[in-house]
Design a protein around this ligand. Structure first.
Ligand code: SF4
Ligand code: SF4
Length: 164
């Protein structure tokens, strides 16, 4: 996994133009059973991938925190919401609450998330490869393949499985 993570950004760069073209076509004419295919590819990839060996998403980017996330997690810490925000979060250029720093402060040295049960929705859903109408998040996916080996593999498999 370590070797793959080291080479992932270059691999993604090499595939960027091909992926861009692929997603442009996919957005124009998504296959009828795309939701089913994505669920299948996502499940197969995450049977092979052990996120505990990776944690690259938690190390290199942070989730955004919705108001519900903030309520749930601050309750977990028995903190006032404003105190939780002041301690851990900042507002980014899109006006979203994000972590003050990465790697995520809740990530342990063993790659376990210390707030796993109450983690933000964005963490639960990352890398969004089982999302319905997957073609709608192609710009986000183009970025995610440079950070998430599972997303990278899923997109490679999509290109093999979806007729040109
Ligand atoms: S979701 Fe992707 S980047 Fe995050 S730990 Fe799993 S494989 Fe790694
Ligand atoms: S909250 Fe947990 S799952 Fe989310 S980025 Fe931090 S360590 Fe990773």
């Amino acid at each position: 996994m370590e070797d793959l993570l080291k080479s992932l950004s270059q691999l993604a760069k090499d595939k960027h133009n091909e992926n861009k073209k692929f997603f442009a076509k996919l957005r124009k004419k998504p296959p009828k059973k795309l939701d089913y295919l994505m669920q299948e590819l996502h499940d197969a990839e995450f049977e092979r991938t052990d996120c505990l060996e990776c944690a690259n998403c938690c190390k290199t980017t942070g989730p955004l925190f919705t108001p519900k996330d903030i309520t749930r997690i601050s309750k977990h810490f028995r903190m006032k919401e404003q105190a939780f925000i002041d301690t851990y979060l900042r507002i980014d250029e899109d006006n979203d609450y994000v972590l003050q720093s990465v790697p995520c402060t809740f990530l342990g040295a063993d790659n376990y998330c210390s707030i796993y049960e109450v983690r933000p929705k964005a963490c639960r859903e990352f890398p969004h490869t089982d999302r319905k109408k997957f073609q709608q998040i192609s710009n986000l996916t183009l970025k995610n393949v440079a950070m998430c080996p599972a997303a990278f593999n899923i997109v490679e498999e999509m290109k093999r499985r979806i007729p040109k």
